[in-house]
Ligand binder design. Structure first.
Ligand SMILES: [Zn+2]
Length: 297
């Protein structure tokens, strides 16, 4: 009897540890390229999926390099969700090399010049525009519903649309009060074009030429052009990317006689439990800080 019991116990422990090693195999694995998409998958998918995220909080998405653990997770995924081939070229390269293109959902397919019937300009930071986020999460809900429960996914999606609207309404009210001469700004890289369009702001120039946050240092000529632009247009706000070098922006602000650059983090969500750990709170935190700088500087 004791031998039988210990056999049962051993089998049980073995199957538990195997299951732990393989992850929770009872749920389909859904992978997000970075934290903002991870948030949407969790909010809309609920507990239906095992969610695995690739680029961690505070890391740079544009130039990310997959590690061996990421590659193992990607191979067992039922669905892999990325923003766009322009934002995550490394994910597209992996999918091509490993014959997984069919498992990747691009929320913005900029290879074909747009999605859902409209074209896109070069800026891949579509998530800074709430109206776009409703469209992106609609696409996501359709794909999650196809591998999980349509009913649960739809319920979550419709609740989330109300949250997106609340974020949009608050930001709209906030920026509506800004006078016309306080609506211009300069950003570190070209990441706020969609946000600016939503709230009637204008990104008059960018420090880095490409849409990536990690391009090479800009030239002395570009420095003097930006300095002239700041003076000519009376621009008082230079936005930098949290976690990225802001030496150039600081020198620019100093030479233009402006307050230090405003560091914002539209590129990722904070770890769970910190302010800005959801897309909704990230948008409001950054939006309020930007509004404060534009209205008081
Ligand atoms: Zn970016």
């Amino acid at each position: 009897m004791r031998r039988v019991l210990s056999f049962i116990l051993c089998s049980l422990l073995l199957s538990m540890s195997l299951r732990a090693a393989a992850g929770d195999s009872s749920r389909p694995v859904v992978i997000s390229s970075f934290t903002i998409i991870a948030d949407w998958i969790q909010v809309i998918g609920g507990e239906q999926f095992e969610c695995v995220n690739l680029v961690p909080s505070h890391s740079e998405t544009h130039g990310y390099q997959l590690n061996p653990r990421n590659a193992r997770d990607l191979r067992r995924a039922s669905l892999i969700v990325g923003m766009s081939p322009a934002l995550e070229p490394w994910l597209e390269a992996w999918a091509k090399a490993h014959d997984r293109i069919g498992r990747v959902l691009w929320l913005v397919d900029d290879r074909q010049g747009g999605h859902a019937g409209h074209a896109h300009t070069g800026d891949p930071h579509v998530w800074t525009n709430p109206a776009e986020v409703k469209r992106l999460t609609r696409l996501l809900a359709d794909r999650l519903g196809a591998i999980g429960s349509v009913k649960e996914t739809e319920t979550h999606y419709h609740q989330y649309v109300k949250e997106i609207d609340r974020v949009d309404d608050e930001l709209r009210r906030l920026f509506a009060g800004l006078p016309a001469n306080r609506r211009n700004l300069v950003t570190q890289h070209a990441n706020l074009g969609h946000f600016a369009t939503s709230y009637g702001l204008r990104v008059a120039g960018t420090i880095l030429a490409s849409s990536s946050a990690e391009s090479a240092d800009p030239s002395a000529r570009h420095f003097s052009e930006l300095l002239a632009l700041l003076r000519r247009e009376g621009i008082r706000v230079i936005v930098t990317d949290a976690g990225q070098s802001d030496a150039f922006a600081r020198r620019l602000a100093e030479d233009a006689g402006l307050p230090p650059p405003l560091s914002l983090s539209f590129e990722y969500l904070e770890p769970a439990g910190r302010p800005g750990d959801r897309w909704t709170s990230m948008m409001l935190l950054n939006g309020r800080r930007l509004h404060e700088a534009l209205s008081t500087r």
